[in-house]
Design a protein around this ligand. Structure first.
Ligand SMILES: C[S@@+](CC[C@H](N)C(=O)[O-])C[C@H]1O[C@@H](n2cnc3c(N)ncnc32)[C@H](O)[C@@H]1O
Length: 200
């Protein structure tokens, strides 16, 4: 029952936030090199393929059951053990098996970042661990990996959870990032943020 309600909530979120996400994808350069951090079942990855037609799409997710995050899909709210995450991973592998431009990295985002040279991506989409330190780290680690003129984008800008007592960790991390760097500008479209690395 709990699994079902979590699924329904997740689907509802997809429907509600579907339009700004699609709007974001329409803003991204066609045939670009991109990455999605936090892939889950690959539903948004399919949208990326359909709308952006990237030359390379890197899918980054450890598909790890993480008990430290019991309220999240990958820590107990949906997956109940590692086998569930393994099954989700296998599903993603199967969905994209014929897409030569899709590279799957079964890794935490901080490890995956180290594998890419600077200025590698035209754009990235951050939708992994939503807690403050993780979002801050994703922004910092992937910032040099995105070309000037490229985009650091992500989901759930206004996300929170009852245990956070009103904190908006993604907004906090993104807003601090915007203060720290001067060569960036941001556009927020409801749930979605798009940070552009401005050309000098
Ligand atoms: C909200 S889901 C992603 C949803 C997906 N982007 C979509 O729209 O269909 C979050 C995902 O982040 C992954 N994740 C959790 N911690 C992570 C980390 N440190 N690095 C990368 N991915 C992480 C989880 O395994 C989970 O699949």
């Amino acid at each position: 029952m709990k699994k079902l309600s979590t699924m329904i909530l997740y689907k509802l979120k997809e429907i509600i936030s579907g339009s700004p996400r699609r709007q974001l994808l329409k803003m991204m350069p066609k045939r670009s090199v991109c990455a999605e951090i936090g892939v889950w079942k690959g539903e948004f990855s399919r949208e990326i393929l359909k709308i952006v037609k990237p030359s390379e799409l890197h899918l980054i997710d450890p598909w790890k059951y993480q008990t430290d995050f019991g309220k999240r899909l990958y820590g107990g709210a949906y997956a109940r053990e590692q086998q569930d995450m393994d099954a989700i991973y296998s599903g993603v592998v199967s969905i994209f098996k014929d897409n030569k431009n899709v590279v799957i990295h079964r890794e935490f985002s901080d490890h995956a970042a180290a594998a890419f040279i600077n200025n590698y991506f035209d754009w990235i989409y951050i939708d992994g661990n939503h807690y403050y330190e993780f979002v801050k780290r994703d922004l910092e680690l992937f910032y040099p990996k995105v070309k000037k003129g490229g985009f650091i984008t992500g989901d759930d800008y206004l996300w929170t959870s009852p245990e956070l007592k009103g904190d908006l960790p993604i907004k906090r991390a993104v807003d601090e990032f915007m203060v720290k760097y001067s060569n960036v500008r941001i556009r927020v479209m409801r749930t979605q943020f798009v940070i552009e690395k401005i050309l000098p």
